[in-house]
Design a protein around this ligand. Structure first.
Ligand code: SF4
Length: 361
């Protein structure tokens, strides 16, 4: 299949749904790691089409949502430094930290600018040689290679007023942390499509090997997701957990080796703080010492007081799959897309935003 319509073909969807209904004999819980999957599942109404015995849970796969309040508070403190421009993606502007958001900091006079890519941040640095420019770098393995490329570009150009605050996070360690915590009993994982395009489906073999849980990598169209669900149901029914690739047009077993090499050249694996999961070993990317000149945390050390989560917000529980967004007492009341309380309602990839947008409550 080559065209989007083919991945939304009603007849093919119906045949696959029939196969899933016929194959499914027991209650199972599947977690989609990726916020993009949550949105696709709700947008296409897939939850209602599946057997009620199959429960789909959102996971921690929204990079804006998993950014810890402490890190956001540090970014806001950096933004208030004199002669500094802080750049970041649009969704990050509205996420509330302990004392407000980057948007609030901008309203108070800080020079915070929204960019669409790291290249935009580089352009701002070139255009403002007398000021320091920080790029607040969030995202999973999908985004990190592009940021690594920007650091290499800045180095090649001799840009000495550009640095990044790396809050990049790695997905497999977060999945491990959820499984180790044992709060939710999962039967299978719908693996993230874009991330796995970079890291390769081999990166998920620890799920069946160490936890006895099957994983199926999915794209973002209805047939992609349903094929992954069928693969998971089939593996559960056979008692034969493995990694299945239902996104072969994009994902290879070894992933994108060029992107991985670029990431490894610039970054080293380090601990990272996740909203909802706390500090997770080997789940972050910090700049290697060779690139210290581009490390905003070394160039602009700022102290922040202990950070607070928004009162009453259950984003941490949502990100761990412990509750579904409508179970948060603030959902669709105090917290709406127009007036978000937590990051899961702010971000375009957030689970609460998806439930609110597609009317599932
Ligand atoms: S509804 Fe709002 S407050 Fe509740 S978990 Fe979602 S984002 Fe957080």
């Amino acid at each position: 299949m080559k065209y989007i319509d083919e991945f939304r073909d009603p007849g093919a969807v119906q045949r696959l749904l029939t196969s899933i209904h016929n194959r499914s004999s027991r209650p199972i819980r599947l977690m989609e790691f990726c916020g993009g999957h949550t949105h696709a599942i709700l947008k296409f109404g897939l939850r209602q089409l599946l057997p009620p015995s199959i429960r789909l849970l959102s996971g921690p796969g929204c990079p804006v949502c998993v950014t810890a309040s402490t890190d956001l508070d540090r970014a806001i403190a950096m933004a208030h430094l004199p002669d500094l421009i802080l750049t970041t993606f649009g969704d990050m502007m509205r996420v509330p930290g302990s004392q407000g958001s980057l948007q609030d900091a901008k309203a108070q006079g800080a020079d915070v600018r929204m960019v669409y890519s790291t290249l935009d941040a580089l352009s701002i640095a070139r255009a403002n040689p007398d000021r320091q420019v920080i790029f607040l770098a969030i995202g999973f393995e999908t985004t990190a290679p592009t940021v690594a490329a920007a650091v290499l570009q800045a180095q090649a150009e001799g840009l000495d007023n550009f640095s990044i605050f790396s809050l990049h996070k790695l997905t497999p360690p977060a999945m491990k942390a959820i499984l180790e915590a044992g709060e939710v009993q999962l039967s299978g994982i719908i693996g993230p499509g874009h991330v796995t395009t970079v890291i390769g489906s081999n990166a998920w073999h620890f799920l069946p090997r160490d936890y006895g849980i099957p994983c199926a990598i999915a794209g973002f169209e209805p047939l992609d997701i349903l094929q992954a669900v069928y693969a998971l149901v089939d593996m559960v029914e056979r008692g034969a957990p493995a990694v299945s690739n239902a996104y072969r047009r994009s994902v290879r077993p070894e992933g994108n080796l060029v992107a991985q090499q670029m990431m490894q050249q610039v970054f080293q694996v380090s601990a990272a703080e996740w909203r909802g999961l706390g500090s997770v070993t080997d789940s972050g990317l910090s700049l290697r010492s060779e690139y210290a000149a581009f490390d905003a945390t070394r160039r602009f050390p700022v102290a922040v007081h202990s950070s607070l989560e928004p009162r009453g917000c259950l984003c941490g529980e949502v990100l761990r799959g412990v509750v579904e967004p409508p179970e948060c007492p603030l959902f669709d009341g105090a917290c709406t897309p127009e007036h978000p309380v937590g990051p899961c309602m702010v971000s375009s990839e957030g689970a609460c935003a998806a439930y609110a947008q597609y009317g599932e409550a």
